[in-house]
Design a binder for this molecule. Sequence first.
Ligand SMILES: *Cc1c(COP(=O)(O)O)cnc(C)c1O
Length: 518
Amino acid sequence: MIRYKSTRGHKEEKRSSQAIIEGLAPDKGLYVPTSMPELPFNLSDMKDASYQQVAAKVISAFFPDFTREEIENCVKKAYDEKFSCPEIAKLVKAGAPFFLELYHGSTAAFKDMALSILPHFLTTALKKEGEHHKICILTATSGDTGKAALQGFADVEGTEIAVFYPSQGVSQVQKAQMITQEGRNVHVHGIEGNFDQAQSGVKKIFTDDEFAEKLLASGVKLSSANSINIGRLIPQVVYYVYSYLQLLAQGAIAPGDKINVVVPTGNFGNILAAYYAKAMGLPVNKFICASNENRVLTDFINTGVYDINRDFYLTTSPSMDILISSNLERLLYHLSEGDTGLVAQLMKCLETEGRYQVPEKVKEGLSCFYGGCATSAEGSETIRRFYEKHHYLMDTHTAVAAKVYEDYRAATGDETVTVIASTASPYKFADSVGEALGLSTSDSDDSSHSGRNCARGGNCSSNSKDSQGFAAIEMLNSETKVAVPKGLQGLDKKPVLHKGVISPEDMADAVLSDLKIQ
Ligand SMILES: *Cc1c(COP(=O)(O)O)cnc(C)c1O
């Protein structure tokens, strides 16, 4: 039976329910399955199956300690009318590639695919394990995870959730989504710093034994909704399998044909899920890993050297403004065939020197990945071109992926059928998308928005419209007539419930205060 073990060598193997409750392994490593399950069905037999049917089967294969009924129940509660399309994940062809739209959930970003179901896994796991402690979910967010986690966990019995976002590093719409979140158990904090600092702060809290004991004395345990939690990663495997089935159903591919997968990448969770799908037996040719100006992963895939000693850029695809991609640790584990000593050593290097180089064997394993990057300007041009040529509207993150795919195709001549993960509604980044289409919010909306600070602070010369997200939504809608997602309607009129901004050093204290612990 599949169990979960740490990438860094901690001996104890856990049931999936335990790994979901814990989030991070005791040695700071990430939980990985002890073996990869095979696809539990013949792909051709499933081409007419619903998303929910595929999800139940794929997830059950990874979480064998859950009963079939338990998994089906979680799936049913997660993938329902919260999603605005019956396919849940919608496949749309525009030009050569297919776009797998993963943003039709309640917060308009792909994080909903996993965070709609994680709370149900967690409450089921707590019951199975006879866990009576309250669980406190800690989450660092570059913008989209925070809202999706808040929405998923709001008022879920037995849980509290605290979200930390870089106060100058998210868009106006993302910020509004979070600071207006309702729920008895939700806590939202801006931090003075960037996403990596928020993530390091959360990791630090997780590995502070004294802190854990203090919480335990008050009946609270910590867990995570970041993609380091295996309960978030596995639901993402589903939509890659499902997209293949849709391609089969549409006759775009024949059984056994390979596909390429392109993923706009930040923390490496989404693309790792595609890798897991292949490990289960999904025919994938190349994983195309797309980065923005923060091209750590592009360089890593091309050279085998991971190096964060470089400038950090604020871009129009903020959910990818990340230098430390946590889930890469899992890939290193798999490519080194479970060499936990090596993984622990590389992670130590990263912590102390901000850099590591993988051995030749691991580098060879990277050959099924193609790494490419695109600038905000190239993304913008891509948005405009796809809209003009194919009448297809995409967001800034998806645009980075589309551009990198075009570069890949031009460089290699590879015509393999390709699926691009479309990770956010264009309305979530309406300011930048509107600008790409040549729509100007400043002309029409000077009065109500001038004088606001640039939402991303610092170097905001190229992004000055970020403070005008709401005006941009209206403008984009009147130009394109594409429907505005329900979760983004009326957001500017909701009361602000969470105002605090703190220093990264004060994150632990904030958690104590959220939990009303002295
Ligand atoms: C989170 C996010 C990404 C990056 O996904 P990872 O799993 O962290 O690589 C890309 N695009 C959007 C819109 C996101 O919200």
